[in-house]
Design a protein around this ligand. Structure first.
Ligand code: UPG
Ligand code: MN
Length: 744
């Protein structure tokens, strides 16, 4: 373990943010919501079905708001002082860096290569770093790309360090402003710069050419292991691409390629399974006490990031910080809605028990991943002392059947820094064993140790179990951003991702790992539990969202009302909530320096996602509970941006997937309702809709305006005819049932 010298200067400071203004507004909105509920309840008998349904929906929204208020109450961030590390720490600890990739089509190899290059080039002693790439595609192309990348890295890493380059993913570095070296720079730099650019372009070409003839690889020599392999049927492949044999602090970190064994009948547990193999193989080879985990599209954007994270990990008591999470940002989509989410809810959660684990951009403590509890830190040795050189049955049951691995795990748990083994290849045999698909049988992997199985959002599940043990977690949000990733390539891909999340999250809520149980029987703090609830109920939220969106149309068609009339006092409450809430969110955008239109776009996007992707997520969860479907991790399609303007493929708005049926239906229903109302075709009797219902209906049409445009557009910006037909049928069904209900 790194020895911390006794110096009084702390490595980080907690910054508590004053938020009286936000708290006041949050409470005012909550108060108004409660007033509205009370008003509805007291006038329930004078009104019909719509009024009651509105009451139910608003109860849900009020509950959601309680969660939001609680999450945002005590925002916190951390300020780190990496320059003090040198004084405080004699020797920096090793860090193992994991990158996962799983599909050459959806995740272009050049993207993974850039992520790996950015990691190899971070500002940290190179002999303390090792980079492990897990390839779930078992692709010779990825392997080849990494081998080529390691050759390029020998030039790239020294170049970055010599000139203190800020962005160390070459595809971003050679983009935009850096497309030319600044004319003010030295001749030497200009020359080096040109050489690097040429070398990078050559690397790019090599990979592109290899991709074209990917299946024609010469399967001899290094590549021989890939002959006769299939994506879902192949033995484990572990290859040391580059080893920093001389332990040079200014050399190149180790680079290891892993493709875990896959067999058709064995479940492989998607990303969680890959993470566990990475953990075990790295345990055998380098066994660093800290592990950084990033997705293949997330490059290190701040070269100081490892030092930054070390401030938090080494500067706190061991028991105080299980992992350090940096917020997710993207380089290819506007930062607005994410930035605002991180700013309000994100920082709020940081101030409770610590940030959720977001699956990428995270520094883990190896011990914690091995299942250690915070109170075991003090007597780390005790729980494992019985071993004494012999492998106890308990450990076999926990960590599986590899003596070498168990030894490494015991070292890790006891905090022994065995250092890097002199020769990585010595552990290849054991590494192949722990990367086998049968290795985890009968062990605790995926249940109590490592990344947990059973949810498509393995990150939240794993983080939740860590918090449930009473661990705190820490947050690292340096400037410039720590990591930058790429968002879903288009709207259908975004919908698929949101559906997977909604489903994965809801699965957790309904499982034995539910945060409610973890608070009752474990050590999850109550407000942290509320934070998790806010997240896990995305799928459930779709139901009240959908009902509320349908209400104005229903009322106009059936000549009823769900809002107080203009002359009734209740209308003031409803209007006040709407106006205050909208201005509040708008002010957050203005404060963050974002344009007003992005506030509107994000607001309507949220309505669209909630009523479609989350709805499908909810449906899939129900199917899974009934045993009719299984968890699948559908990988998000990523588009590699190699040029500044190159947004190729980013604009696809609609496809034939069912995701667009709810939105189109909602739009058609509202258009029908507005026409019915304007033409005065409603049935006689009833209290009749007022201004409120018409206003809401127009508002819904505005929120779903991308669909309105999509109705009239052709090609990939238009809604496919089949979707329109299905939606029209559903809309007719809705109108028909409205008629029936108004006749009763
Ligand atoms: O069988 C699989 C499936 C996925 N992955 C990797 O998992 C990562 C995330 O997959 P992606 O398709 O990009 O999912 P996203 O929805 O973008 O991921 C977010 O959500 C996931 C689930 O909550 C988290 O695991 C991710 O870290 C988080 O970025 C990628 O590196 C994949 O290569 C694998 O290694 N094996
Ligand atoms: Mn991703």
């Amino acid at each position: 373990m790194a020895n911390t010298k006794s110096s009084c200067l702390p490595l980080y400071e907690k910054v508590f943010h004053k938020n009286t203004y936000h708290r006041a507004l949050d409470v005012i909105i909550l108060f108004l919501l409660l007033c509205l509920l009370f008003y509805r309840l007291s006038t329930l008998k004078n009104h019909g079905f719509a009024w009651f349904l509105a009451f139910l929906c608003e109860t849900c929204f009020t509950f959601l708001w309680v969660l939001v208020v609680s999450c945002r109450w005590t925002p916190l961030t951390y300020k780190t002082f990496p320059q003090r590390l040198q004084e405080r720490v004699q020797e920096l600890p090793p860090v193992d860096m994991f990158v996962t990739t799983a599909d050459v089509e959806l995740e272009p190899p050049i993207m993974t290569v850039n992520t790996v290059l950015s990691l190899l080039a971070v500002d940290y002693p190179a002999h303390k770093l090792a980079c492990y790439v897990s390839d779930d595609a078992c692709s010779p192309l990825i392997f080849y790309s990494l081998v080529e990348a390691s050759k390029f890295a020998k030039l790239w890493v020294p170049f970055c360090k010599k000139y203190n380059v800020q962005v160390r993913a070459p595809f971003r570095y050679f983009l935009g402003e850096s497309a030319k070296p600044p004319s003010t720079s030295s001749r030497e730099f200009q020359q080096d710069w040109k050489m690097m650019k040429e070398e990078y372009e050559q690397l790019n070409r090599n990979i592109e050419q290899a991709a074209k003839k990917s299946f024609l690889f010469d399967m001899t020599g290094e590549m021989a292991v890939f002959s006769d392999t299939e994506r879902r049927d192949h033995p484990a492949i572990v290859k040391v691409i580059w080893e920093n044999k001389e332990d040079l602090s200014n050399g190149l970190p180790h680079l290891i390629y892993i493709s875990r064994e896959k067999r058709p009948k064995h479940p492989h547990h998607y990303k969680a399974g890959a993470m566990n193999v990475l953990t075990r193989v790295s345990g055998l080879m380098t066994n660093a006490p800290f592990m950084l985990n990033v997705d293949c599209d997330m490059y290190a954007n701040n070269p100081e990031i490892v030092l930054q994270a070390m401030c938090l990990l080494l500067g706190s008591k061991e028991g105080d910080c299980a992992f350090v999470q940096s917020p997710q940002y993207f380089y290819d989509s506007p930062a607005d809605s994410l930035a605002i989410l991180h700013e309000s809810l994100g920082k709020g959660i940081v101030g409770i028990q610590g940030p959720f684990y977001a699956g990428t951009g995270t520094f883990h403590r190896r011990k914690v991943i091995y299942g250690l509890w915070p109170d075991e830190i003090e007597n780390q040795g005790k729980c494992i002392n019985s071993v004494n050189g012999q492998v106890g049955g308990e450990l076999l049951q926990k960590f599986g059947n590899s003596k070498e691995f168990i030894k490494s795990a015991v070292d890790a748990l006891e905090g022994k820094n065995t250092g890097f083994s002199s020769n990585l290849s010595d552990s290849l045999k054991a590494a192949n064993q722990v990367a086998g698909c049968g290795y985890e049988y009968g062990s605790s992997w995926g249940k109590k140790v490592g990344w947990l199985y059973g949810s498509a959002t393995e990150d939240i599940l794993t983080g939740l179990m860590i918090h449930a043990k009473g661990w705190k977690t820490s947050y690292c949000s340096p400037d410039p951003h720590a990591f930058l990733g790429c968002g879903p390539s288009d709207l259908p891909a975004a919908m698929r991702q949101q559906k997977r999340w909604a489903m994965g999250l809801l699965e957790i809520l309904l499982s034995e790992h539910s945060p409610i149980l973890a608070t009752l029987t474990g050590k999850l703090q109550f407000r942290q539990c509320l934070g998790y609830l806010w997240l896990l109920i995305w799928g459930l939220r779709s139901i009240p969202e959908l009902c509320y969106v349908a209400l104005p149309a229903y009322c106009i068609i059936t000549n009823t009302s769900f809002l107080p009339k203009v002359q009734e006092p209740g209308i003031c409450i409803a209007v006040a909530i709407f106006v205050i809430y909208k201005l509040y969110t708008l002010s957050e955008y203005i404060h963050g320096g974002f344009p007003i239109y992005s506030w509107f776009v994000n607001n309507s996007m949220l309505r669209i996602v909630a009523t479609s992707a989350w709805l499908f997520g909810f449906g899939s969860t129900v199917l899974k509970l009934l045993g009719l479907s299984e968890t699948v991790f559908e990988i998000t399609k990523k588009v590699h941006q190699s040029s500044d303007g190159g947004k190729d493929g980013k604009e696809l708005l609609f496809d034939e997937s069912p995701f667009f049926v709810p939105g189109t239906t909602i739009l058609l229903v509202h258009l029908a309702a507005l026409s019915t109302g304007l033409l005065g075709m409603q049935p006689q009797g009833g209290q009749g809709p007022g201004l409120g219902e018409y206003f809401c209906s127009v508002y819904v049409v505005l929120c779903f305006s991308p669909f309105l445009l999509g109705l009239f557009r052709k090609g990939k910006n238009g809604i496919p005819l089949s979707t329109i037909c299905k939606s029209a049928a559903l809309a007719l069904l809705f109108l028909r049932s409205c008629k029936m209900s108004s006749m009763n």
